[in-house]
Design a protein around this ligand. Structure first.
Ligand SMILES: C[S@@+](CC[C@H](N)C(=O)[O-])C[C@H]1O[C@@H](n2cnc3c(N)ncnc32)[C@H](O)[C@@H]1O
Length: 324
């Protein structure tokens, strides 16, 4: 699945750009992003124009991160055919668009968010989509609203748990898991703080019976220690409007993210995960792998022709080498 926004979504966003001052939108996007950097949340997004500016600046990157996480999930769970989705802290509907692209089996889409401006934009954008015109998007605080929300085969919280206080997070994690019939996907910024939130939730939900589908090949303790942390990067193209809103020159950006996919049933496959971009020389490929037996610096020598050729194609984030 491509990290680029689906054509329908791109067209819907571009259509809403007409009549919008790019300078004003860029200023709003910069103010919102400053708020996030300073530890604030989506409360800075108050109006229709704020919501659109945020979506133009950030939706391509969060979409790319969710897509990369869903690709990893589908690789280890090719048999997963979810019928319904629950997107918590859905914002402009980013994860819903990504999940609809990943799973043609999805029929029902439930979304939930406290932010009315983002909810209105999501409904507006979805009305232009063939699959998403009938989404059900509730306005409400996640922990309160989840109590009377139906469970779903796939539950997603993308770039959301960082906006919940630490004290409330474990209650939210329990509720998200209670609403998960099959798989729960959490995606966070690929910072040490984002990883720390994921790893805390991972321990809590494994203790409650969850199994890790991706990225980890095991349910054991994470073998990484500070200053190291588990994160990945997804390159995505920047459209002209995206570059203007961000005041950027480069035609692409790399979104760093951390993620966790948890399932109710233990999975059959346990491929190792490539944790950084491997180094390939004419002598060998060196790759940092998280395996079912711990962290390994794999060295694949050139003389092992077939293995070397395979290892040269390994990329950061790939699932490689089957383990039992
Ligand atoms: C950074 S945005 C991410 C939006 C979207 N999931 C994405 O990946 O693009 C975080 C979203 O979580 C929502 N949110 C934060 N705290 C929430 C809560 N307690 N209940 C419901 N939604 C919440 C915000 O309103 C915002 O829309």
């Amino acid at each position: 699945m491509s990290p680029d926004l689906p054509t329908e979504l791109k067209a819907a966003l571009e259509a809403r750009l007409h009549g919008l001052s790019r300078t004003d939108a860029a200023e709003r996007a910069a103010r919102i992003s400053r708020t996030y950097r300073d530890g604030g949340g989506s409360g800075a997004i108050r109006s229709e124009t704020d919501a659109l500016a945020y979506a133009l600046a950030r939706m391509p990157a969060t979409y790319a991160a969710v897509t990369a996480s869903l690709n990893a999930l589908r690789e280890v769970r090719p048999d997963f055919v979810p019928k319904n989705l629950l997107d918590v802290g859905a914002g402009p509907g980013t994860a819903t668009w990504a999940a609809a692209e990943a799973f043609s089996s999805l029929r029902d889409f439930d979304l939930l968010d406290t932010n009315n401006a983002l909810r209105a934009l999501a409904l507006d954008l979805a009305a232009d989509g063939t699959r998403l015109s009938g989404i059900n998007y509730r306005h409400g605080e996640a922990r309160a609203a989840l109590a009377d929300t139906a469970s779903a085969d796939l539950v997603v919280a993308s770039y959301m748990i960082g906006e919940i206080s630490e004290a409330e997070r474990s209650e939210l994690a329990g509720l998200l898991w209670a609403k998960t019939r099959d798989t729960l996907l959490i995606v966070e910024p690929g910072t040490p703080a984002g990883y720390a939130r994921i790893i805390a939730l991972r321990a809590q939900l494994i203790a409650a019976g969850a199994h890790v589908a991706a990225p980890c090949p095991h349910n054991g303790k994470c073998p990484l220690f500070p200053p190291d942390w588990c994160h990945f990067a997804q390159r995505l193209p920047r459209s002209r409007a995206h570059k203007q809103i961000k005041g950027a020159e480069l035609p692409f950006e790399d979104e760093k993210f951390s993620y966790l996919a948890l399932t109710r049933a233990p999975r059959a496959r346990h491929p190792a995960r490539v944790l950084a971009q491997p180094a390939a020389t004419k002598i060998e490929v060196t790759a940092k792998l998280c395996t079912a037996h711990g962290l390994v610096m794999a060295k694949v020598p050139h003389r092992a022709k077939a293995d070397y050729a395979r290892a040269k194609r390994w990329r950061w984030g790939d699932a490689v080498i089957e383990e039992s």
